[in-house]
Design a protein around this ligand. Structure first.
Ligand code: GAR
Length: 212
């Protein structure tokens, strides 16, 4: 049965766009993006959803007394929409364990570094690239992983690296990682999930062979 995908967003939504474009090319095998949920009504990602004819919803942390209350409302919404896979694509709001209990090994996140480098609390968006440049690494990249209660520490699904070049600014490095890593890895991981080709064995995710 085709899996229903919800994409959680907070900002520009270029990763959402990569998923929408991959879907249009028929590259999300056995899956369909049926909802986009934004943490703020200002997220440009909502425009992208609208243009693609995908229903958009807003779930703002400020509308709830606690992160837990917001998470419970999110889980209710996901159940109501019949969602099978939750994709965090630049979703910058902290959620609590109830989400991962309801969707065990069915929440995935994209992070713009080679985890376990430059990840964890406070490490998001452009900050990740600032830290990588300040450290002087020669390689950086992106990671798609299953989300667990511990921030950025769930089993890794796919990773891809790029070179860090001498004159890189955080913005230039961010763009290279988006273009060469994130926009390719995320649709691929989503498609693998939808084909039941990701098998979690402890910390290791085995990618099963398919008809490709
Ligand atoms: C992306 O680079 C994503 O990897 C990052 O935020 C950006 C969102 O861009 N996510 C994190 O840092 C999560 N810790 P987008 O809205 O254009 O997809």
């Amino acid at each position: 049965m085709t899996k229903n995908i919800a994409v959680l967003v907070s900002g520009g939504g270029t990763n959402l766009q990569a998923l929408i474009d991959a879907q249009a090319r028929g590259e999300i095998v056995n899956g369909s993006i049926t909802a986009v949920i934004a943490s703020t009504p200002e997220a440009y990602a909502l425009e992208r959803a609208k243009k693609a004819g995908i229903p958009g919803y807003v779930l703002a942390r400020s509308d709830y007394p606690s992160a837990q209350a917001m998470t419970l409302a999110l889980v209710d919404k996901l159940h109501e929409l019949g969602i099978d896979l939750v994709v965090m694509a630049g979703f910058m709001t902290i959620v609590t364990g109830e989400l991962f209990q309801a969707y065990e090994n069915a929440v995935i996140n994209i992070h713009p570094s080679l985890i376990p480098s430059f990840c964890g609390k406070g490490c998001y968006g452009l900050h990740v690239h600032e830290k990588a440049l300040a450290y002087g690494v020669k390689l950086s990249g992106a990671t798609v992983h299953f989300v667990t209660e511990e921030c950025d520490a769930g089993p890794i699904i796919l990773q891809k690296s790029v070179e860090v070049l001498p004159d890189d600014t955080p913005e230039v490095l961010q763009r290279r990682i988006m273009e060469q890593c994130e926009w390719k890895l995320l649709p691929r991981a989503v498609s693998l999930f939808c084909q039941d080709r990701l098998k979690v064995e402890g910390r290791t995710v085995r990618v099963l062979d398919g008809a490709e």
